[in-house]
Structures are given as structure tokens and as C-alpha cells.
Design a protein around this ligand. Structure first.
Ligand SMILES: *[C@@H]1O[C@H](CO)[C@@H](O)[C@H](O)[C@H]1NC(C)=O
Ligand SMILES: *[C@@H]1O[C@H](CO)[C@@H](O)[C@H](O)[C@H]1NC(C)=O
Ligand SMILES: *[C@@H]1O[C@H](CO)[C@@H](O)[C@H](O)[C@H]1NC(C)=O
Ligand SMILES: *[C@@H]1O[C@H](CO)[C@@H](O)[C@H](O)[C@H]1NC(C)=O
Ligand SMILES: *[C@@H]1O[C@H](CO)[C@@H](O)[C@H](O)[C@H]1NC(C)=O
Length: 494
């Protein structure tokens, strides 16, 4: 009797310890309150550092939002912003995070947080990762780590994932996806490739990787470089005459001008595009807060102009975001990616990143999300010039071929008014993979309205456009973005 009670006690204890090792999200990472938010959390939020190199003290910061629907069944999705050098809090604060941020008024004051009805955490568990070290709230104790590139970034992010899933083993069985936009067009396929290699080589824990998603992603010097002129022509930004001239002078290839006549005509194209907001040609480009106020309240503007960029979001969206972008017609090339100052701009023009900057540099916020204080790692910046970044992975086409040939699911989506990474390039390279078209180009719908176009290929490759959206799709088209995200993750018709 006593013996069996003891056995029972031991098995109960054993069971409890097994259970706790299975359901083991680290309690120390749980966020219990957030300055600026007085509601109750719709799901659990966790955040903190994962050390990817003990010797150097290289630490990547993540913010994990548990699904508000069915955490045990919903996919786990990793989200990455681009740059290189931009923090994934761009996605969290401005695009598809659980909150909408209302400015506190004067710069530096604490923003007010409201729940975002179009948060991607409505249908997925989502990890926002600041990568590589030096970006956002991620840092290293050895500054030599700030010289990095595509391959080291992918390898560190892979190490991060293995350690993260070790800490959150209850999510290991969920389908896992990798996603991002802009320069994450490089991060996503290179990391996906590392993850697949890891699975095949028996890296532990075994990730349940299913596929990846890229929005307005940088992919290939030639495809992206050749995409701008046809886009500008199709959108009516350059005349048909100029298009015919530049087409014949350059023989239809613009990424690397072959003769002087081609170069001169391309400069003319640049001149005609010069004052556009390159991230969204429908949006005005504001040059300072004063100018912005005047323009947005100027009732002499036609209402069609004032309505541009209206979204389902209750709060104003940014009028322009920045990244470590490049001048027009200077596609991402192999080698070192120039910083903003090197591109001739001492500060980044036309930016409005006040709420994110105020919130993430508030020490109470830093402490609530388990981030190091400013005294240790400096100010949070949307995009940093701290890192020295080498684009050393070349074209992404070979990565996409490898991953899709193994039937990993891929969604390549484009806001169709982005001039930074125009849809024409993404449409062309996805087509170039040579897969059979199994769902020919057609509109896709939300609430009986056409909201974009899609083309589905064999090997689970889908190309999708979102009508009237720019570079940061969910910022301007939040309900459309949540719709395609939900459908694609579920594998239902887009
Ligand atoms: C890095 O430096 C910080 C501050 O000096 C220290 O707290 C930390 O233990 C160091 N190592 C790692 C791995 O972060
Ligand atoms: C930083 O890392 C480099 C490269 O591994 C190493 O040579 C150097 O000694 C390290 N510096 C410190 C302060 O640990
Ligand atoms: C123009 O491009 C075509 C293929 O697109 C190629 O066959 C031809 O040689 C090119 N002409 C010149 C002058 O480069
Ligand atoms: C993908 O890459 C891996 C690693 O280089 C290689 O072993 C595999 O054969 C490739 N698969 C395809 C389908 O290209
Ligand atoms: C991926 O595509 C292959 C055929 O190309 C198909 O057999 C498989 O079911 C697809 N997987 C998914 C998840 O759609």
C-alpha cells in the first residue's frame, strides 16, 4: 500500500515534470504589462534575448505573440523586416502587430496602444526577430560582429530558431513558416535553406518547416533591375515615347546600361520619377512634419488626393518609410550594401517613425519587454547604419528553385504600387522558374471586391498582387493582408 502510494507519487511527479518540460514557455519571458496599454492582453506575449554566440555575447531579440485563436494548432510564423539594418518592430508597430500605436503628441512622449483588429496574431503564433545583431534591440558584446552579411545572418537566425524552439517546445509540432518583406527577400530564402539543410542533417530540435512568404522582396540583380522601366511605363509615370526610346536604346535590358544612349535615357526616366514616394507611388512624399500638416489639412486639395492611402486602420499611417534603400535603378548588387549617408543623405528624408522611436526608447517599455537599457545598447532605431553588410548570397533564384523543388510552399506577394521593388520583377522571376501554371492569372476577392491578382504554379508556388498597396502592404491594406495571410496559411483558395 505504502509502496504503491510512493510509486503513484513518483509517477505523478514524473508526469508533472514531463508535462512541464513539454509546456515550457519560459515564465521569465512573459510580458505582464506594457506601458501605454491599459487593456487586457488578447493572448500571451513573450520577449527577450537568445544568445547565438556565447563567446562573443551575440544576442538576438525576439517578441513572440501567441495566437489569439488556437495556439496549439495555428502555425508559428517568423517575421523579418529588411534593410539590411531595419528592425522587425517595423512590422510589429506599423504593419501587422497586435497593437495600433497612437502618438502621445510631442515627440518622445509615450504612445497609446490600442488593439489591432487586423493583427496577424488573430490566426498565427508570430515571432518578430531583430536580425542581425546590431539591428533594433539585438546586440553583441563584440563589435566585430557588426560586420556581417547574408550568410552569417542566415546562420545566426537558424541558431536562434533551434534555441528558441528548445525554449518553447510546445510549439515544435505546429507548422512553421518564415516570412518577411523587402531585403528579407534575401533573409527568408537563405534562412529557409539553412533550416531545410538542418532538418536533413538531423539538427535538433527538428523544425516542422512548411514554407515561406516574401513581400516586395529583393531577389535578383537582373530581374529586379529590369523591372522598373516597364513598371513606370505601365503605371503611366513615363510617356510611351520615352518608353519606346529607352527600350530600343537599352535593348530591353536596364539593370546594367550597355551604352551611353541607354544611360542618358535612363537618367531621363529617373528624372521623371524623382519626386515620387518610391515606396508607394499613390502616397504623397512629405518632407517635414510642417509640410505634412499643411498638406494633409489643405482643403483645397481634391478629395481624391486627400483620400489616397485611406485604410481600415483608425490611426494615421506613415506617409513614407525608409530602409537602407538605394537610388532608383541601382538594384541590390553583390558585395557591400551602401549605408544611407553613403548614398548622399545625412539623415533619411521624409520619415515619420515617431511612435516606434518614442515607445522603444522609453526605459519602462524596455524593462517591460526584457530589453537592455539604452545605456548598454544605445537608442533603438528603425533602421541602423551600425552594421556593415555584405550581400554575399548572390541571386535568390537558386534558393527558390531548391526549396520549391522540394515542394516547400512559397507565397511571393507584391503591393502593386511599390516602385522600390516593383511587382514586375517578382512576377517575372517567379514565372522564370519554369513551373507549370495550375491556377492561371485571375483576380482574388475580399467582400466581393477585386483586391488583387494571383497566379498559382506547380510545386506550391504562388504569386499574388495587392491592388493599390505599396512596399509595406499590411500598413496600408490591413484587412486585405490579413485575408491573404489567413487563406494562404490555411491552404485555402486565395
Ligand atoms: C554582454 O555584456 C553585458 C553587459 O556588460 C553582460 O551583462 C552580458 O552578460 C554579456 N554577455 C552576454 C552573452 O550577453
Ligand atoms: C571580438 O572577436 C574577434 C573575432 O573573433 C576577436 O579577435 C576579438 O578578440 C574579440 N574581442 C573581444 C574584446 O573579445
Ligand atoms: C538584344 O537582345 C536580344 C535578346 O533579348 C539579343 O538576342 C540581341 O543580341 C540583343 N542585341 C544587342 C545589340 O545587344
Ligand atoms: C538543395 O540543396 C541541397 C544542399 O545543397 C542539395 O543537397 C539538394 O540536392 C538540393 N535540392 C534540389 C532539388 O536542388
Ligand atoms: C505541394 O506540391 C506537390 C506537387 O507539386 C503536391 O504533391 C503537394 O501536395 C503540395 N503540398 C502542399 C502542402 O500543397
Amino acid at each position: 500500500m505504502e509502496a504503491s502510494t510512493a510509486t503513484l507519487t513518483i509517477s505523478v511527479l514524473l508526469l508533472l515534470s514531463i508535462l512541464s518540460s513539454i509546456a515550457a514557455a519560459p515564465e521569465s519571458a512573459l510580458i505582464t504589462h506594457l506601458p501605454g496599454f491599459d487593456g487586457s492582453f488578447p493572448s500571451k506575449h513573450y520577449s527577450g534575448y537568445t544568445t547565438v554566440d556565447e563567446e562573443h555575447g551575440r544576442n538576438l531579440f525576439y517578441y513572440f505573440v501567441v495566437s489569439e485563436r488556437n495556439p496549439a494548432q495555428d502555425p508559428v510564423v517568423l517575421w523579418l523586416n529588411g534593410g539590411p539594418g531595419c528592425s522587425s518592430f517595423d512590422g510589429f508597430v506599423y504593419e501587422h502587430g497586435p497593437f495600433n500605436f497612437e502618438s502621445g503628441g510631442v515627440p518622445g512622449s509615450l504612445p497609446k496602444l490600442h488593439l489591432n483588429p487586423y493583427s496577424w496574431s488573430k490566426v498565427s503564433n508570430i515571432i518578430y526577430l531583430d536580425s542581425p545583431a546590431g539591428v533594433g534591440l539585438s546586440y553583441s558584446n563584440n563589435s566585430s560582429d557588426y560586420a556581417t552579411g547574408d550568410l552569417k545572418t542566415a546562420s545566426d537566425s537558424h541558431t536562434f530558431l533551434l534555441k528558441w524552439f528548445e525554449q518553447y517546445p510546445e510549439f515544435l509540432a505546429n507548422p512553421f513558416y518564415i516570412s518577411g518583406e523587402s531585403y528579407a527577400g534575401v533573409y527568408v530564402p537563405t534562412l529557409s535553406y539553412e533550416v531545410v539543410k538542418g532538418i536533413q542533417e538531423g539538427a535538433k530540435p527538428t523544425l516542422n518547416f512548411k514554407g515561406y512568404m516574401v513581400g516586395n522582396g529583393v531577389s535578383d540583380t537582373v530581374f529586379d533591375g529590369d523591372a522598373l522601366v516597364p513598371f513606370a511605363h505601365g503605371m503611366g509615370l513615363i510617356s510611351n515615347d520615352l518608353f519606346q526610346e529607352v527600350y530600343s536604346a537599352c535593348n530591353g535590358s536596364y539593370w546594367n546600361p550597355v551604352n551611353n544612349n541607354c544611360l542618358v535615357l535612363l537618367s531621363k526616366v529617373d528624372w521623371e520619377l524623382d519626386n515620387l514616394n518610391i515606396y508607394d507611388i499613390l502616397e504623397p512624399c512629405f518632407h517635414s512634419p510642417e509640410v505634412r500638416e499643411v498638406l494633409s489639412e489643405d482643403s483645397r486639395l481634391p478629395s481624391s488626393f486627400r483620400k489616397l492611402g485611406e485604410t481600415d486602420r483608425p490611426l494615421p499611417v506613415r506617409k513614407r518609410m525608409f530602409g537602407r534603400a538605394w537610388p532608383l535603378r541601382a538594384p541590390v548588387r553583390d558585395g557591400r550594401v551602401p549605408t544611407w549617408p553613403e548614398l548622399g543623405s545625412s539623415s533619411v528624408p521624409c520619415t515619420d517613425d515617431e511612435v516606434a522611436t518614442s515607445w522603444l526608447n522609453n526605459e519602462a517599455v524596455r524593462s517591460a519587454i526584457h530589453a537592455q537599457p539604452r545605456s548598454l545598447i544605445g537608442a533603438w532605431e528603425l533602421c541602423t547604419n551600425k552594421i556593415d553588410f555584405d550581400h554575399d548570397a548572390g541571386s535568390m533564384i537558386k534558393y527558390h528553385k531548391n526549396l520549391t523543388a522540394q515542394d516547400y510552399r512559397a507565397l511571393i506577394y507584391s503591393g502593386d504600387h511599390d516602385l522600390c521593388v516593383p511587382f514586375t520583377g517578382s512576377e517575372a522571376w517567379t514565372r522564370s522558374l519554369g513551373y507549370a501554371i495550375i491556377d492561371a492569372w485571375r483576380p482574388w476577392y475580399l467582400n466581393d471586391q477585386v483586391v488583387g491578382y494571383t497566379q498559382g504554379y506547380d510545386h506550391n508556388l504562388t504569386f499574388l498582387t495587392i491592388k493599390g498597396a505599396g512596399h509595406t502592404v499590411p500598413e496600408y491594406k490591413p484587412s486585405e493582408a490579413l485575408a491573404f495571410y489567413t487563406r494562404w496559411l490555411a491552404g485555402t483558395k486565395l
